[in-house]
Write a protein that binds this ligand. Structure first.
Ligand SMILES: C[S@@+](CC[C@H](N)C(=O)[O-])C[C@H]1O[C@@H](n2cnc3c(N)ncnc32)[C@H](O)[C@@H]1O
Length: 280
């Protein structure tokens, strides 16, 4: 039962400033939990609406929510582990977190995790957990992987430095579930020098976009007229690559003639015991 304003002010008068702040955060988080239920009832499957309600930059500054909806709608009611790199708000502890709450409302049975360079524990709530660390710190990433367990969806909305994006992908992608989805936002930085990108050398191997373009050839590696060609892990474990303006969805799956359907989430039945995707 929520406490009345009067009761709260009496309680606060006995608390230190730090304790009062913690109580305020607790009250806010309980209120947000209630809000989430109302928003889910009204707009549960409408991701652009939820992005606006939660002040996520995935709608308005960018127009990603429509693409997320295309790829996520068949997964909405599943029990997933979702990790977003970059919580938002940078060094301001209580800012950001909008997308984490948006995902929690959109995926009513899933656990939502966030990584940020800064302490974002202010946003820890039911089904939301944050970790402080860098997306290019291998020890940190492995600790996060150990704590979360198998991950179904990873979204990179962190530093957007090309080198970081590729580093994090190479560390985390092998740990994604066999039919998981890896999303990278803000690919415009692949063309910006200040982020390690390039606008004139479009096949510069150091940019995220040129790396991603190679994944397209990897999808068809079986057709290479090179008998001695040894497929890489990425060749055999990526079933689809969907590009949109400034965002890519990389669908993990067995890459052969039968794989790579338009919606692996629906076509595959995930076998929890051996973590192998079985076509149904
Ligand atoms: C664009 S904001 C994220 C917005 C958020 N995903 C959303 O949708 O509302 C980028 C965040 O990434 C964090 N960040 C920057 N460099 C990072 C790094 N190397 N590792 C982890 N997080 C980083 C920043 O502190 C910032 O909060």
């Amino acid at each position: 039962m929520p406490l009345s304003t009067h009761t709260l002010s009496v309680i606060r008068s006995f608390l230190t400033a730090d304790q009062a702040n913690k109580l305020r955060a607790l009250q806010a988080s309980r209120f947000r939990g209630f809000q989430g239920i109302v928003f889910r009832l009204l707009f549960g499957s409408n991701l652009p609406a939820l992005a606006q309600i939660y002040n996520s930059d995935k709608w308005g500054s960018h127009w990603y929510a429509q693409h997320y909806e295309t790829h996520f709608k068949s997964l909405r009611r599943r029990n997933l582990a979702i990790l977003e790199i970059g919580i938002g708000g940078y060094e301001r502890p209580d800012e950001g977190g909008g997308s984490l709450r948006m995902w929690r409302t959109y995926f009513p049975k899933s656990r939502i995790f966030g990584i940020d360079l800064y302490d974002k524990s202010f946003h820890d709530e039911r089904r939301i957990r944050t970790f402080r660390g860098s997306q290019i710190d291998p020890e940190f990433l492995h600790r996060v992987l150990n704590e979360i367990g198998p991950i179904d969806i990873i979204i990179d909305d962190g530093s957007h430095m090309n080198e970081h994006v590729l580093y994090t992908f190479n560390v985390l992608f092998p740990h994604l579930n066999p039919t998981g989805i890896y999303v990278i936002e803000d690919l415009q930085t692949a063309y910006w020098q200040s982020f390690g990108g390039s606008s004139d050398l479009l096949n510069n191997s150091k940019t995220s976009i040129s790396f991603l373009k190679q994944l397209v050839d990897g999808l068809n590696y079986a057709e290479f007229e090179i008998p001695s060609y040894e497929p890489t892990y990425l060749n055999t474990h990526i079933a689809a690559v969907h590009f949109y303006h400034n965002i890519v969805f990389i669908q993990k799956g067995i890459n052969d003639e039968k794989g790579g359907g338009p919606d692996l989430g629906r076509q595959m039945n995930f076998n929890e015991s051996n973590r192998i995707a079985l076509p149904i």
